[in-house]
Write a protein that binds this ligand. Structure first.
Ligand code: GRE
Ligand code: ZN
Length: 327
């Protein structure tokens, strides 16, 4: 399919490059990965052209800003990364748009930076890598807590989607994966961490306070769609402290949008389509951690979608959600 839009696609600046090296390790292939992370031009365009991707919404790698303990440094790196991304996007505005990296260590600074990115740089939303550390290295701050309500007010006011992207748990606090480092990141830990964060947002009353908020999750929903029935069923028994005005399933289906990044499975796509509906799914690759050819060849051929659904999920939904203004 031509004209696809991809939206969980990462770049790095020199200051954040090592974060990706630490996740993928020194396995062969790092040099190509590094070059692809640093490029927001020819290398990317070549892959996009080859596999029918008209536009890529580019974001900073993980965990990057969210793992910086010092608030000022976090703010400086975000600004630098966002300015760099804006410069590169401006060279190919028909092919690239930007997501803002945000210094979530300070909700007020994060809101200001998001407003600057959207209003002055033309960015389409924020992509944040899970919880933030701040002040001390083993800190874990989630965005459902009251301190972040003013930040969410800005997101709602600007009316842009917030992509909640994975990160790993803090190693010293992660007893569940000890002795099994392969469980820490993309195999399982990313989805465990991101799904909990998403459910915390659902259970905090946030979406009742800001009914227009839209959150995007990658990897076909970080495993939540598969379990929505059970979540709602068991909430009737153990949901006493839940603060949402609607059932979690309803909040999730209304406020969350899901991409195919790094999850090219027919059966999982079928589950997501049944649970979320065709309006709440979007194509993505997770470049350069995933291969564009694998993502696109699977997507273009998957028998789960008819031609109309393929067009909608591959292009129209993202065009509308991010107000890209493509034909
Ligand atoms: C991601 O951004 O989703 C990612 C990484 C590193 C390894 C795998 C992966 O940042 O999916
Ligand atoms: Zn990613």
């Amino acid at each position: 399919m031509d004209g696809k839009i991809a939206l969980e696609e990462h770049m790095a600046v020199p200051e954040t490059l090592d974060d990706s090296l630490q996740i993928v390790g020194t396995a062969p292939g790092w040099e190509l990965l590094r070059d692809r992370l640093l490029d927001i031009g020819e290398m990317r365009l070549e892959q996009m052209d080859k596999h029918g991707i008209e536009m890529t919404l580019v974001s900073l790698n993980a965990p990057a800003v969210q793992a910086i303990v010092d608030r000022q440094e976090a703010a400086e790196i975000s600004t630098r990364a966002n300015d760099h991304l804006a410069e590169q996007v401006a060279k190919n505005p028909d092919r690239f748009r930007g997501f803002a990296a945000l210094p979530m260590q300070d909700p007020e600074l994060a809101a200001k930076e998001l407003a600057r990115c959207v209003n002055d740089l033309g960015f389409v939303g924020a992509l944040v890598n899970g919880f933030t550390q701040r002040d001390v290295s083993d800190s874990v701050v989630y965005y459902d807590i009251p301190e972040y309500r003013s930040f969410w007010a800005t997101v709602a006011e600007l009316d842009v989607p917030f992509y909640l992207h994975p990160r790993a748990q803090i190693k010293e606090r992660d007893f569940a994966t000890s002795g099994h480092p392969w469980l820490e990141t993309a195999v399982w830990g990313f989805a465990r961490e991101t799904s909990i964060h998403a459910l915390r947002l659902c259970g905090s009353g946030l979406f009742d306070e800001y009914p227009g908020l839209k959150v995007v999750l990658g990897h076909l929903g970080e495993r939540i769609p598969y379990d929505l029935w059970r979540i709602d069923a068991r909430m009737t028994v153990t949901g006493a402290e839940y603060k949402g005005a609607r059932p979690i399933g309803q909040i999730f289906r209304e406020h969350f949008h899901i991409t195919t990044s790094g999850n090219f499975s027919d059966t999982t796509l079928r589950c997501c389509l049944d649970e979320m509906g065709v309006d709440h799914l979007m194509f993505s690759v997770d470049y350069p951690f995933e291969q564009t050819d694998e993502a696109a060849i699977w997507y273009d051929d998957t028998p789960i979608l008819d031609d109309e659904q393929r067009r909608q999920i591959g292009r129209d939904n993202a065009n509308k959600l991010f107000k890209l203004g493509l034909d």
